[in-house]
Every structure is written in structure tokens, then in C-alpha cells.
Design a protein around this ligand. Structure first.
Ligand code: AMP
Ligand code: GLY
Length: 438
């Protein structure tokens, strides 16, 4: 069996690594860069634009691909799955219509309303500045402004963070419309603790993964600009230290209801990953957003814990038999941290060498992201460079191992020392407890 992995980041390295543990399949990789970690696991590597539907299809046909794992959101939104499936190549990833769950924030909010899934904050969709001021001042709490469409996590602006006042929020809306935005979602700002809950879907059955918390801000203490995610952790009980069991059950139910809704709406089967970005708030759990693919870095935690063969899961998704597979995650905690170039995300250094040879890969799983292999060694290419994951009986144990190994990486890089530490986790527990018992 020939399996292709589309995309060349650390997420795709994690997928390729897990698939490679089953020697019965041959792996192939297509994407914009040459990822040395992925290339070492593959029979062939194609370099190209993953949103160029024709190029992806042609390459998959040349390599006689049976099943393609679509890593990032951009090729899903571009319709790569529609093209591959039309030529008999099974895909792990939804079609373009269903990927609107991620690629259009207004679509998702309206879908949830239509199917009476009660998990959204107050929100309204605007196509011009008409009514924006009235709505903004009618909301008691702070607001969040979201341009519709994929923005790589950089388009959303939140009052209290990137926006100071409602006037700033108005100015941002005007700016977005002036730049050609068609639709903007304005919603109430939710206060609480964010977490992700991802599920495998074969179109009929869902298999939920452990809850996981990402860290979007660049610097220690949740300071600095938003990034793709600096690191993530999970707990041994597959919940998170600040959540109660109702929170996790609710998030799973929302994924189930949303899967039903999107399939009903589009008349198609959703095969792949459904990723709910949730926030535990005073009154329960609310939905921040949906993604239509594995989270990065969260995937590194998930696949490090997954005990079942990812090849078996892949086949079961393609054949709609996920219910017949016993999917198991190790009852362990995990911590993942990224090293990123100095200056990331705004002005990252590029082309500088990074030395990872001292990392003990018996202790941590290492995934290559934005790095290039040159004659002189590995060099940084400007985004999240290398992800390290450890598992352990407690979060603290896993955190210590990652910290010990990540410090051995040299070069103009940094990472967040606080991810997974007791101090940061205690802060989160206290914050939510105070909110819920106030
Ligand atoms: P998104 O692109 O939808 O993931 O949004 C990026 C980030 O903005 C999220 O991870 C949250 O931290 C924040 N965010 C989005 N929507 C809200 C909301 N309604 N309330 C509070 N924070 C939000
Ligand atoms: N870690 C957030 C994301 O993958 O969107």
C-alpha cells in the first residue's frame, strides 16, 4: 500500500513517523520544503505547492498513491481531497465544502445555530460596516474580531490583547473591509481556559483523542505575539488538570453533533480529523473554532501516546470501519515543546545553523519542522523549527525530560520553559476555579 503525506511540517513528520512503524506500507511525501525527518522515512519526496490541486493530483498518480493524509488546512480549503477522490485516491481529510468548518468562521457559527448546537458565544456576521458600531456597543463584554477565511491564526484580534478599546476594534473592522474582506465575525470575548479535543472520523463513527492544551503566545507567562503554538501537554487521565469530567464529555458531544451537522449540510461523509478548539468558562464549555485537521503541535502529543497502529486507523477511516478497531492511547502524560528561531514569529532569523545532535532520542521523540538540511548541517528556515515530546506518568516528569533535552539544542533559538510546569498549570487551575466559584 502506498500512503502519501501532504505537507512538510512537524505535524506531517509526526504522521509519517507513526505510519512508518508499520513496515507493510510505503510512504511518500509532497510539500513545499524538503523535511529531513520525513524524507528519511519515505520512498520518494515531491517538492511543490500543496494548494496546487493539479500538481498534487499528478504527483499522487505518478506515485500510485492509495491513500493520502492531508496535513495542513490550506490544501483542504483548496479542494485537494475533491480532486484526489475523483480519481479514486482515498483521503484522510475532508472535502473543500466540509473543510469550511475551518476555512470559514461565519459558516461554522451559522452551522451550529442551524443545527441547534449550543456552544457559541454571542456573535454576528457582517458584510460591511453597516450595524457594526451598534452591535459592538450592544455587547457588554469585550469583543473579538475575526475575518472569515484562513489567516494562519493571525487574523483574529481580541480586546484586551491586540485591541485596547472598541474604537480600536472598529478601526480594525474598517481596515479589513478596506482590504477586501467579504465577511467579518464579531463575537463576545470568552474568558476561561482553552483546550483542544480532536476526534478521528470515518464518516460514521468518531473516536475521541485525549484533551490537550496548546500555548499560542510566544513568550513565557503567555506574553508576546500569537504563534502557531509553542507547545502542548496532556495528562495521564486524558483530561486536563483544570477540567472536570463534564467539560470533556460536553466537548466530545459537540464534536459528535458538529460532525452530524456538517455531513447533513453537505451530504457527504467527513473522513479525517475534526478538531474542536474549546474554552472552559464560568458556565461550562464554549466553542472557539473548528479545525479540519490535526493540530500542530497537538498531533505530536497524540501520536506519541497512540498505541494502535496509525496504518490500521488510516485503513479503517478509508473503509468506514473505525467502530471495529480498538483505538488506544497510553495512560500517560505528555509534554511537547517547540524550539523556534530568535525573533519568531515577527522577525525570525533564517539560514542560521542549529545543532540538535546532542538530544538523546531514546528519551524524547523529535520532529523536524521548519529546518533545512544543508552540507553544513541543519539550518533554520524561519518558522517553528523542531518539536520535542516526552511521555511520563505525570506531566511534571514528562516536562523535566523535555526541558533537559531541549536545552542541548544550540543555535539562535528559544523555547517556552514554562509549558507543562507545575507553576503554570497551577495558575490555570486557580484561574478557572476562581471564575467558576466566584
Ligand atoms: P482562532 O483563529 O479562531 O483560533 O482564534 C485565535 C485565538 O483567538 C484563539 O485561540 C483564542 O485565544 C482567541 N479567540 C478567538 N475567539 C475568541 C473568543 N470568542 N473569546 C476569547 N478568545 C477568542
Ligand atoms: N495548534 C493550533 C492549530 O494547530 O491550529
Amino acid at each position: 500500500m502506498h500512503i502519501a503525506i501532504i505537507g512538510t511540517g512537524a505535524r506531517e513528520h509526526a504522521i509519517a513517523w507513526k505510519l512508518s512503524l508499520d513496515p507493510t506500507v510505503q510512504l511518500f511525501n509532497f510539500g513545499p520544503t524538503h523535511n529531513p525527518g520525513i524524507a528519511g522515512l519515505c520512498q520518494a519526496v515531491g517538492i511543490g505547492d500543496v494548494t496546487d490541486v493539479t500538481a498534487v493530483l499528478q504527483w499522487c498518480q505518478e506515485q500510485k498513491i492509495d491513500i493520502a493524509w492531508i496535513g495542513p488546512e490550506a490544501p483542504l480549503a483548496a479542494g485537494v481531497v475533491n480532486a484526489l477522490e475523483a480519481f479514486g485516491i482515498a483521503c484522510i481529510g475532508p472535502t473543500q465544502q466540509m473543510a469550511r468548518l475551518e476555512s470559514s468562521k461565519s459558516f461554522t457559527r451559522e452551522l451550529l445555530d442551524k443545527y441547534e448546537i449550543q456552544a457559541s458565544p454571542s456573535y454576528r456576521v457582517f458584510t460591511s460596516m453597516d450595524g457594526v458600531a451598534d452591535y459592538m456597543w450592544s455587547l457588554q463584554d469585550d469583543v473579538v474580531i475575526k475575518p472569515d477565511g484562513l489567516t494562519g491564526g493571525k487574523g483574529v484580534r481580541v480586546m484586551g490583547a491586540q485591541l485596547k478599546t472598541r474604537e480600536d476594534a472598529m478601526a480594525y473592522c474598517s481596515e479589513l473591509f478596506a482590504e477586501g474582506a467579504k465577511r467579518i465575525v464579531i463575537e463576545e470575548k470568552l474568558v476561561g481556559q482553552e483546550f483542544s479535543l480532536m476526534s478521528f472520523s470515518d464518516g460514521k463513527h468518531l473516536v475521541h483523542m485525549p484533551a490537550v492544551q496548546d500555548h499560542k503566545r510566544a513568550y513565557v507567562g503567555d506574553a508576546g505575539p500569537n504563534t502557531g503554538g509553542m507547545g502542548s501537554y496532556t495528562d495521564a487521565n486524558h483530561s486536563l488538570p483544570f477540567l472536570n469530567e463534564h467539560d470533556v464529555i460536553f466537548a466530545r458531544q459537540i464534536n459528535e453533533q458538529t460532525l452530524y451537522a456538517i455531513q447533513e449540510e453537505c451530504g457527504e461523509e467527513y473522513k479525517g480529523i475534526i478538531y474542536g478548539g474549546f474554552i472552559a468558562v464560568r458556565g461550562g464549555v464554549r466553542l472557539i473554532e473548528y479545525n479540519a485537521r490535526f493540530g500542530d503541535p497537538e498531533v505530536m502529543n497524540m501520536l506519541s501516546l497512540l498505541k494502535t497502529s496509525l496504518v490500521d486507523i488510516t485503513k479503517a477511516i478509508a473503509e468506514r470501519t473505525l467502530d471495529q478497531l480498538h483505538v488506544e492511547f497510553a495512560p500517560l502524560a505528555s509534554v511537547c515543546k517547540y524550539v523556534v528561531p530568535q525573533g519568531y514569529p515577527d522577525k525570525p532569523v533564517r539560514g542560521e545553523p542549529i545543532d540538535i545532535t546532542q538530544v538523546d532520542q531514546a528519551k524524547v521523540q523529535l520532529f523536524y519542522g521548519a529546518v533545512d538540511q544543508t552540507e553544513g548541517g541543519l539550518v533554520l528556515t524561519g518558522s517553528r523549527a523542531v518539536g520535542l515530546v516526552a511521555t511520563g506518568t505525570t506531566i511534571a516528569e514528562a516536562e523535566q525530560v523535555v526541558e533537559q533535552e531541549i536545552k542541548k539544542i544550540t543555535g539562535p533559538v528559544f523555547h517556552r520553559e514554562d509549558i507543562g510546569t507545575a507553576a503554570l498549570i497551577d495558575e490555570r487551575i486557580t484561574m478557572l476555579r476562581n471564575l467558576r466559584h466566584a
